[in-house]
Design a protein around this ligand. Sequence first.
Ligand code: 1HN
Length: 343
Amino acid sequence: MHSLGTLEDLPQSYRDRLTELNLVPLWPNMRAVLPHKVPSRKTQTLNWHFDDLRPLLIEAGDLTPMEKAERRVLVLANPGHGLTNMQATPSIYMGLQLILPGETAPNHRHTPNAVRIIIEGEGATTIVDGEPCIMERGDLILTPSGKWHEHQHDGNGPIIWLDILDLPLIYQLEGSWAIEGTTQINTLNRDKSFAEYSAAGVVPELDFQRENTHSPMLRYPWTKTRACLVEMAEHYNKHPIRIAYVNPETGASLFPSIGFGAMMLRPSETLSLPKRTTACVFHIVEGNGSIKVDSNSAIQWAEKDTLSAPGYTDITLNNTSATKPAFIITADEAPLHRYLGIF
Ligand code: 1HN
């Protein structure tokens, strides 16, 4: 590739006339938007250590009452994207949310899709379109685009969870908005979607067509996911132990934007992930280990930590415990890359 003309190569008077008409020459910027072979990536490899974060989140509980926060969240902002842009990756937002005993987070619905992964505490419920989903450690709970949702916490001690949304994507598309509603508490259904899809390969007989932009199953209990990974490990000696969270009706990803998965690293296992185009995030449900991205130095992780890594990289995960398995939930932009034909 030969080098192209720069802005400075052009007479100032010509540049001024372009600017006046809201025009820019492509050639000085061409290489920046179309780099050779590998895209430029702003996503930095990063670990938000839970032990660092937790005290600050608890402090937010003292500093900011629920009425002043609506959602009491510390956003895991990847500095590569600029802290105020609230991006963990190009299209993934992540934040840690705190609700104290007796508190509620008011009902609303919005265009971005959201998932919660429960980190600490019990006794909280998130109500999604009338369906109360109990929140237990490691559970993955969906609030798909357009669904009413509110949270309540009747347990003891704080509840903390990780929110993962496609907010940066929807915001960039100028499609991000919300409306507030009244509480659903008096019009509750049961935790029925989980019951309907609780046996793999068996789905409810319906006399209507489900909308298929998101999974109809709203709660994916960690106990079931973990048991599946452990059982798979009993059948495979060497094979990587990985599963994808899918829509049980279609086998598609939970959302059109973000894909979710889980993996188990056997004691002392080192797993090199297949090189892929998409940035991804990792949430450590159990275990201790390290991550190495390309030739950068390894970063250590522990239980409840949350990490980000850019796409087009070689990622190696290592379980540093010789006795205990590690369990990780992943999220990435693969569904979107597939749809766009760039995966
Ligand atoms: C949201 O609705 C929640 O419902 C959490 O708990 C985080 C971040 C951005 C926009 C909406 C929630 C959010 C959010």
